[in-house]
Design a binder for this molecule. Structure first.
Ligand code: G3H
Ligand code: 13P
Ligand code: ZN
Length: 287
């Protein structure tokens, strides 16, 4: 059942577990996430990015996800969300299409500019019943520092600023930077758990989101959930599983030229990843 992201996140926060926000790009990754959620009896968030909207067509991918959930898992709460919207125009476009949850990512702007741009999005969205996730501090991308060590201090969320940011913008969820990074490998070796607890304490119970969770192992995941994270974003692990399986299948002596067979294998690989993440995040049987 298509469900409000805010409701899914609030239940997770109250229940002391986290949900996964899984990126989809096509029918196969969508079905894999929906099937995993159904089999694990878990709420999930399915998210799409601007690039995916360009690739698949925004309206089409939104309705694909919506229909897939309605046909195949009507009993499971699934939220549909725009990941990393970077302009007011893309937010307007998502509202037109029918999305009821968006992220506005102003994290690379100066604090005042991030507040101004995020607040503009919140005012526009709340009037239409759309939830907004904001980001303060910034979650780096794999490779952006080249071969240099990432200067983590530059990226981290300041807890006092976060308290102000939440009040000044009116956002519904906050993405935090505590040593997490997009893509594999570049995480800070130890997340700043203390910083997370402080943010959680100061931000009045708002759901906190951890981007870049593809390579977070179990122990760290449990610790951030204990300290206030209600949602972890996973994209890279899905891409890797999908592409790896296609490559390996294509290496077999008897390569199938039935595209459906190849894609079905890739879909199964993604489903396994999503099921494992659901287990780690503690949302199994919470639907
Ligand atoms: O953090 C977001 C995604 O991993 C980037 O995905 O290539 O669809 O923009 P994208
Ligand atoms: P990963 O690159 O770790 O999968 O993070 C994805 C993400 O944060 C999407 O917003
Ligand atoms: Zn992200």
């Amino acid at each position: 059942m298509i469900t409000s992201v805010k409701e899914i996140l609030t239940k997770a926060k109250e229940g002391g577990y986290a949900v996964g926000a899984f990126n989809t790009v096509n029918l196969e990754t969508t079905r894999a996430i929906v099937d995993a959620a159904k089999k694990m009896h878990s709420p999930v968030i399915i998210q799409i990015t601007e690039k995916t909207m360009e690739y698949a067509g925004g309206r089409l991918i939104y309705h694909l996800v919506k229909n897939d959930v309605e046909f195949y898992a009507p009993e499971i709460p699934v939220g549909i969300h725009l990941d990393h919207g970077k302009s007011f125009e893309i937010i307007q476009h998502c509202a037109e299409i029918g999305l009821t949850s968006v992220m506005y990512d102003g994290s690379r702007k100066k604090y005042e500019d991030n507040v101004e741009a995020t607040k503009k999005v919140v005012d526009f969205c709340h009037e239409k019943g759309i939830d907004v996730q904001g980001e303060l501090g910034s979650v780096p991308y794999l490779g952006e520092a080249g071969s240099r060590e990432i200067n983590w201090e530059k990226y981290m969320t300041d807890p006092n600023e976060a308290e102000r940011f939440v009040k000044e913008t009116g956002i519904d969820a906050l993405a935090v930077a505590i040593g997490n990074a997009h893509g594999f490998v570049r995480e800070r070796s130890e997340p700043d758990f203390e910083r997370l607890s402080k943010i959680n304490e100061l931000c009045g119970g708002i759901p906190l989101i951890l981007h870049g969770a593809s390579d977070w192992e179990n122990g760290k995941v449990a610790e951030v959930i204990k300290r206030g994270i209600s949602c972890l974003n996973v994209d890279t692990a899905i891409r890797m599983a999908f592409v790896d399986r296609i490559i390996n299948s294509a290496k077999k002596e008897e390569v199938s030229f039935d595209i459906r067979k190849l894609l079905e294998e890739a879909r199964e690989a993604v489903e396994e990843v999503v099921k494992q993440k659901i287990k780690y995040f503690g949302s199994e049987d919470k639907a």
